[in-house]
Design a protein around this ligand. Structure first.
Ligand SMILES: [Fe+2]
Length: 350
C-alpha cells in the first residue's frame, strides 16, 4: 500500500484570490500474485469549495505482461449545476508482427471465415443450442447469402471496407432507428444500421462498426516485429442501458485477448511474420483481387454517402476485394520515398 498527501497554492489572477488545494492519494494491490490489479484513489479538496474523487484500477495480464488494462471513474462537483461524472477504460496488448499486418487486417473482409473459424464454430453451436432465441448474426450464413460488399480507396492512404449487415435488428442501435433517420436522414441511418464499416485512417487509427460490433484502435510500431494496440469500445452518448449492455457483451465476446476473435488475428500475425521471412521465393504477396469491379472515383454507394473516393468497388461478399489496400500501399511508398529523398539531400544516407 502507498499513499501521498500534497498541498498546493495557486493565485487566481482574474479575481486576485489564493486557492489552496489538498490532495490525498491512496494506492493498493487488489489481492496477491503476479498479476494483481492495482487500485488508486485520489481525493481533492480546495479552499474555493470544489472537490473531486477519482478511482482507477489498472493491471497487466499474460506472459511478459503484454496485455494491460485500466478503468477509471471521476466525480467532480466543479462542473455543471450538479457536478459531473466521467468514466473510462482502456486496454492494450502487443503482438509479434509488423504494424502493416494490422492495417491490412482491418481492410480485408475475407479473413473472417478463414482466420475466425473458431468464432464461427462457437456461433454455430450457440444457434444450435438457443434456436430462435439466439440474438445475433449468423456469421456462417453470411457467406451463403447474396450480401453486398465494397470498398473505397480514399486520399492520403485512408480506406474503407463495407459489407451489408444480414441481421441489423440485432444491432444495439436498432431500437433507435427512427430517431436516427429523423436526425441524420434515411441514407445515413441506413449506412449506420445496414452496412458494417471498417475504416483505416492511415497510418495507424482504425474504426470498425460491423456485424460483430464497433471498436476504435490505435496501433503503434514498437519494433519491426512488435506492435502495440490500444483498443476502445466506442459507444453512442445517451444509449439506453439495455442497448449498452448488449453492446458491451458483444464487444467483449469478439475483441480482446480473452475473446473469441482477437487471438485468431494475433496468431495469424505471428504466422505471417514468420512466413514472410522465407527467402526461397522472391515474392509472396498479391493484391489484385477485385480489380475487375473497381472504378476510379465514386460509384453508386459513394454517391449515396456523398463522398468522393479515389477508387470504389462493389460486388458480392466472396469477391474478396483487395483494391482498397492499394490506397495505403501507395501512400506508404510515397512517404518512404520522400523520407529517403530528404535523407539523401541531408547527406544522412549515401
Ligand atoms: Fe480478424
Amino acid at each position: 500500500m502507498s499513499y501521498s498527501v500534497s498541498a498546493s497554492r495557486e493565485l487566481d489572477v482574474t479575481n486576485d484570490r489564493w486557492d489552496n488545494t489538498l490532495m490525498l492519494t491512496v494506492g493498493f494491490a487488489l489481492g496477491s500474485g503476479e498479476h494483481q490489479p492495482y487500485s488508486t484513489t485520489t481525493v481533492q479538496k480546495s479552499s474555493s469549495g470544489h472537490s473531486s474523487l477519482q478511482e482507477g484500477v489498472s493491471g497487466t495480464l499474460g506472459k511478459d505482461n503484454n496485455f494491460s488494462y485500466g478503468m477509471n471513474a471521476n466525480r467532480s462537483d466543479s462542473q455543471g449545476a450538479s457536478g459531473s461524472t466521467n468514466m473510462g477504460g482502456n486496454a492494450s496488448y502487443t503482438f509479434p508482427g509488423n504494424w502493416k499486418l494490422q492495417v491490412e487486417n482491418c481492410l480485408d473482409g475475407y479473413h473472417l471465415n478463414i482466420a475466425h473459424k473458431g468464432f464461427i464454430e462457437i456461433t454455430r453451436r450457440r444457434i444450435a443450442r438457443a434456436g430462435a432465441a439466439y440474438k445475433g448474426p449468423d456469421i456462417e450464413a453470411m457467406f451463403g447469402v447474396d450480401l453486398k460488399t465494397g470498398s473505397f480507396g480514399l486520399k492520403n492512404g485512408h480506406a474503407l471496407f463495407f459489407t451489408e449487415n444480414p441481421a441489423p435488428q440485432f444491432r444495439p442501435l436498432w431500437p433507435q432507428r427512427e430517431q436516427l433517420a429523423a436526425r441524420l436522414g434515411a441514407g445515413r441511418a441506413k449506412w449506420l444500421l445496414q452496412y458494417g464499416r471498417n475504416l483505416t485512417i492511415f497510418p495507424n487509427v482504425q474504426c470498425t462498426d460491423n456485424a460483430v460490433i464497433g471498436q476504435f484502435r490505435v496501433l503503434r510500431p514498437l519494433a519491426t516485429a512488435l506492435t502495440e494496440m490500444d483498443i476502445y469500445c466506442w459507444v453512442p452518448v445517451g444509449e439506453p442501458p439495455a442497448a449498452r449492455r448488449q453492446r458491451l457483451r458483444q464487444y467483449e465476446d469478439f475483441f480482446n485477448i480473452s475473446s473469441t476473435g482477437t487471438p485468431d488475428d494475433v496468431g495469424a500475425y505471428r504466422n505471417c511474420q514468420e512466413g514472410l521471412q522465407a527467402r526461397a521465393v522472391d515474392w509472396l504477396h498479391g493484391h489484385g483481387r477485385g480489380l475487375g469491379a473497381m472504378v476510379r472515383g465514386a460509384n453508386d454507394y459513394a454517391r449515396e454517402l456523398g463522398i468522393e473516393p479515389e477508387t470504389s468497388s462493389a460486388g458480392p461478399l466472396n469477391m474478396s476485394d483487395e483494391t482498397l489496400f492499394h490506397a495505403n500501399y501507395r501512400q506508404w511508398l510515397r512517404l518512404m520515398k520522400e523520407g529517403q529523398r530528404r535523407a539523401l539531400d541531408a547527406g544522412e544516407i549515401g
